[in-house]
Write a protein that binds this ligand. Structure first.
Ligand SMILES: [Zn+2]
Length: 354
């Protein structure tokens, strides 16, 4: 048994007490259902789960973003249609465990965002409902990974979330900070202490950074083009207070290749993850870092997404019994996004030595 596994097993025997200690001071009281989920009915630590969930729902197509000036940005419902078609063509729909968003998202959204922001977004009709459904999908995936239904999950959700601060309006096609809310959910409801969030979207995950900038319980890694929207992601910003060193921003220039990206994983991310020793892994899976994207200028191939997925899974295997939840962020070349997402899901299914 891996030392880490042994530690986790020992900790699991005292799950209630240990996880009680892990509740952050600002934590929200766990629901009865969550409390039940923490303690397996058998009283034993379950063996690591297998399988990959695919969170999807036709209602994610109902949100159509039209700007006040009438323009229609490329964050379109067709993105999910094309991803699903590519997964179908490769036999990946039937290979995955289908999940529909079932978790109640509003309490978790309100625990993360300001009341003013939520009240404002909720004025947006169907868009507001779909944005809540995106959070619900992320939470449902966390639940499924925590309860052992699957080892990992990909959430084909929209709208994306990693630019959603508290402005009361859409930012960068985002309304609610899906990844940050999912991370907090894993901590505050399911009792996992430390969460690693990997963001490989072309754009900086500014809202995720902002949510955890001084937080020692979240390691955030974002590789992005600092010159692009939203203009944040300065590599010199490494966190604050107890979170110093746990915010990692990597800038990549236009034309960045697979090797350019992966070099930072080897040299920066992997040592940071080893030192941090997370309990849960969340991926902000944006595919606008793939070559030929409408909004990005990197040159990543589908193989980069396979390799990044594999490395993220290796992290999860080594520290977290494979617990990994991946959330769709950007990706605006419809063909390219579908191909990269399919490569991602194919890799998630390749569980090693469960
Ligand atoms: Zn993006």
């Amino acid at each position: 048994m891996h030392r880490r596994d042994f530690v986790k097993t020992a900790a699991g025997a005292m799950a209630g007490a240990m996880r009680g200690l892990h509740e952050p001071a600002t934590g929200v009281a766990a629901t009865p259902a969550a409390a039940a989920a923490r303690t397996p009915a058998t009283g034993t630590v379950p063996t690591p789960a297998t399988g990959t969930a695919l969170v999807s729902d036709a209602r994610y197509l109902d949100h159509v973003l039209i700007r006040p000036n009438g323009s229609r940005p490329p964050e379109v419902p067709e993105r999910l249609v094309r991803i699903r078609a590519e997964l179908e063509a490769r036999g990946l729909i039937e290979a995955t465990v289908p999940l529909s968003p079932a978790a109640d998202p509003l309490d978790r959204i309100r625990a993360h965002h300001t009341g003013e922001h939520v009240d404002s977004v909720r004025q947006l009709g169907v868009t507001a409902r779909v944005a809540e459904l995106a959070v619900s999908g992320a939470l449902t995936a966390v639940d499924a990974v925590v309860d052992g239904t699957v080892r990992n999950a990909f959430c084909a959700i929209r709208p994306p979330g990693h630019h959603a601060n508290n402005t009361g309006a859409e930012e960068g096609f985002c309304y609610y900070s899906n990844a940050a809310i999912a991370a907090r959910y894993a901590q505050q409801v399911h009792g996992y202490e430390k969460v690693l969030i990997i963001d490989w979207d072309y754009h900086h995950g500014n809202a995720t950074q902002n949510a955890f900038y001084d937080d020692p319980t979240v390691l955030f890694f974002s590789a992005h083009d600092w010159n692009a929207y939203p203009g944040t992601g300065d590599p010199s910003l490494t966190g604050d207070g107890d979170g110093t060193g746990l915010n990692i921003n990597v800038h990549l220039d236009c034309g960045a290749t697979d090797a350019d990206m992966l070099r930072h994983w080897d040299n920066v991310l992997s040592p940071a993850v080893a030192a941090f020793d997370p309990d849960f892994v969340v991926v902000s899976a944006g595919f606008d870092s793939r070559r030929d994207d409408l909004l990005g200028c990197f040159a990543l191939t589908d193989d980069a997404f396979r390799r990044m997925t594999r490395i993220a899974m290796d992290y999860a295997d080594s520290c977290c019994d494979g617990r990994l939840v991946s959330l769709l962020e950007g990706g605006y070349n419809l063909d390219g996004t579908a191909l990269a997402a399919a490569a991602h899901v194919e890799t998630l299914l390749e569980t090693r030595n469960p």
